[in-house]
Ligand binder design. Structure first.
Ligand code: TYM
Length: 337
């Protein structure tokens, strides 16, 4: 095999263990990670350092981290093809974050829409929440990442990582690869089922009817979809009209899961009996998609020892890659070895 054939594109992405992993996370990120696992050189990180930028109950955080770890493997990510690890197990992330903090202007962070959204109506927010995108830049840059597959909501953060990398390169000489955000054409922004004007989010997962979780029972999934907000019409078509956002969201979910185009989906529903039928059919494909994941999850969750071993192996690999980059960064900025 030639060198050219051997070199795979370097991919990094992350997911927070801060609440129920929902359909949006799955369609916007995890599903694509699994699909591309043979083609690229992948590192996936469970970002617990990011999770604590908003208050977390320690017992719940531990539990969610275990669930998410198990879920990633249950979703089909093969530990032999991907490096999967927990962010706090690899100290280079925090160290690189500090260094990058020192070249990142505050104004860049204050402009981030997610910071503004998450900070809205809060009496006080942590410094960590403001600094969140710099930690994310560190995550990406210490692995010489070329591609960052994420949902639409993370695009601005990846663009900031590019700006930070460029700024560092300009000051200290060529050090970082400039990463590209990779956003799926469809499914990059799944909306809340109870309110299709807001993005489906872990923050609202305690609100009844907002999202479906990968581990929800088929009954729960049907119930949630049945209550999904639509409109007073009956036309089952893709539409940019804000009043049709609910139907559009349901069609989008169906489209991504069934791998069809808009025409095929609209044709499929041309004889449907109203929105009730649409909701039932979307629930059905979601249940089918999640079924094997749920089954594998049940098998894996009783095997915590093996999972611990896998996640420790992942950390070892991540540690060995990132520590080299960190040494290079420290050397560039004038730290003594
Ligand atoms: P997080 O945990 O909020 O979300 C994980 C992934 O799911 C995507 N996503 C969605 N996609 C479609 N529709 C939705 N409603 C939806 N909600 C979430 C997110 O875009 C993301 O891809 N900051 C990141 C984690 C992170 C990271 C990184 C990502 C930390 N370091 C480095 C990439 C590279 C986050 O909080 O994702």
């Amino acid at each position: 095999m030639s060198n050219l054939q051997q070199k795979k594109v370097k991919v990094f992405s992350g997911i927070q263990p801060s609440g129920q992993i929902h359909l949006g996370n799955y369609l916007g990120a995890i599903r694509g990670w699994v699909k591309n696992q043979d083609k690229k050189d992948n590192i996936f990180c469970i970002v617990d350092l990011h999770a604590i930028t908003t208050p977390q109950n320690p017992i719940e955080l531990k539990k969610q981290t275990e669930i998410l770890t198990t879920l990633l493997f249950a979703s089909g990510l093969d530990p032999n093809k991907n490096t999967i690890f927990i962010q706090s197990h690899v100290s280079a992330h925090s160290e690189a974050c500090w260094i990058l903090n020192c070249i990142t202007p505050m104004g860049w962070l204050e402009r981030m829409t997610q910071f503004k959204d998450k900070g809205e109506n809060k009496k006080t927010v942590s410094t960590g929440l403001l600094d969140y995108p710099v930690l994310m830049a560190a995550d990406i840059l210490i692995y010489d990442t070329q591609e960052v597959p994420v949902g639409e909501d993370q695009k601005q953060h990846v663009e900031l990582a590019r700006d930070i990398a460029q700024r560092f390169n300009n000051i200290y000489g060529n050090t970082f690869v400039i990463p590209e955000p990779i956003i799926p054409n469809t499914g990059a922004r799944i909306m809340g089922l109870n309110d299709p004007t807001v993005k489906m989010s872990k923050t609202f997962s305690n609100i009844r009817g907002h999202s479906v979780g990968i581990l929800d029972s088929p009954d729960e999934i049907v119930k949630t979809f049945k209550k999904a907000t639509t409109d007073s019409g009956n036309e089952i078509k893709f539409s940019e009209d804000p009043s049709k956002a609910g139907v559009n969201n349901l069609l989008t979910i169906f489209k991504v899961i069934t791998n069809q185009n808009n025409d095929q989906v609209e044709k499929h529903f041309s004889n449907a009996r109203g929105y009730g039928d649409l909701k039932t059919q979307v629930a059905e494909v979601v249940i089918q998609e999640f079924q094997p994941i749920r089954e594998k999850y049940q098998m894996l969750k009783n095997n915590q020892e093996e999972l611990t071993q896998l996640i420790n192996n992942g950390a070892e690999i991540a540690q060995s890659i990132s520590s080299k980059k960190l040494s290079e960064i420290k050397n560039k900025i004038g730290f003594i070895n």
